[in-house]
Design a protein around this ligand. Structure first.
Ligand SMILES: Nc1nc2c(c(=O)[nH]1)N[C@H]1C(S)=C(S)[C@@H](COP(=O)(O)O)O[C@H]1N2
Ligand SMILES: [Mo]
Length: 259
């Protein structure tokens, strides 16, 4: 691989404006037109540079047990108030079923035992939040590619959308807007893209996204959807939320949050 410095310099060039503008944190939004244009320009440049320089399967750095952060900052939703989620949690997620749906040949409904029965992957990686903090954690889960293989993608499939249990805000009609995220198929089938049910060797806690959360290790923290209930395969992101592919993306963040 090219030297880290060179790559970093390129990425910094492409994303300096975005980085500076987003240091304020996940909940600080700038929705002025110039800002979202700058974000989108940075987004495209970042995606372009990364896809140019990294092969489809380049791995994010993995760390040693000794590097695991003694405390991993919980962020965003840490205790969903949603009644359906609370009911699942009260029962230790025994009734949880992950739905795999959309442009698949065979829709799936998988319990946690089903998920644990799939070949598992464990990885120790660094989580970088757009707010400017990082933590290293160990994640175990089912590779998303294994689920997609089982379900079978239809030819029109282009993106994988994650629908979560936690409400972020109310829509104008009073209905809940729950967290959502998406990745393209390159990231969906990447070996480090997993639906994690364990963190640091223990079942995932509620604050970190129990019972199941996404790890997509080459991108920033807000891509790592917690409380994932539905995996939906789509042809386009147009019909997803406001059309930008994620809750924070619809509030001005870049869809491709490469690091
Ligand atoms: N469902 C859901 N997923 C989410 C969020 C959220 O609020 N709701 N916050 C995101 C952000 S901004 C970050 S940094 C990480 C935080 O994960 P952690 O709580 O395990 O640190 O989750 C991401 N995934
Ligand atoms: Mo974040």
């Amino acid at each position: 691989m090219t030297g880290g410095l060179n790559r970093r310099a390129l990425l910094l060039g492409a994303t300096a404006a975005v980085g500076a503008a987003s240091l304020g944190g996940c909940d600080q939004l700038a929705d002025t037109p110039w800002f979202s244009r700058a974000l989108k320009a940075g987004d495209d440049a970042n995606l372009f540079v990364q896809r140019l320089m990294l092969s489809k399967t380049t791995l994010a750095r993995e760390y040693a047990e000794a590097d695991i952060s003694p405390w991993f900052k919980p962020n965003g939703t840490i205790d969903p108030v949603d009644a359906p989620y609370k009911a699942l949690a009260a029962n230790g997620f025994a009734d949880f079923r992950l739905e795999v749906t959309g442009l698949v040949e065979t829709p799936l409904r998988l319990s946690l035992d089903d998920l644990r029965g799939l070949p598992a992957r464990t990885q120790i990686t660094r989580h970088d939040c757009v707010e400017g903090w990082s933590c290293i954690g160990k994640w175990t889960g089912a590779p998303l590619s294994a689920l997609l293989d089982r379900a079978g993608l239809k030819p029109e499939a282009r993106y994988v959308v994650f629908r979560c249990a936690d409400t972020m805000e109310e829509a104008n009609d009073g209905s809940p807007v729950r967290y959502y995220e998406s990745v393209d198929l390159v990231d969906a089938v990447h070996p480090q893209t997993i639906l994690a049910y364990e963190m640091n060797g223990a079942p995932l806690s509620v604050q970190h996204g129990a019972p199941l959360r996404l790890r997509v290790e080459r991108q920033l923290g807000y891509k790592m959807a917690k409380y994932v209930m539905v995996v939906e395969v789509v042809a386009s992101l147009d019909g997803v939320g406001g059309g930008n592919g994620g809750y924070w993306e619809d509030n001005g963040y870049a869809w491709y949050a490469g690091i």
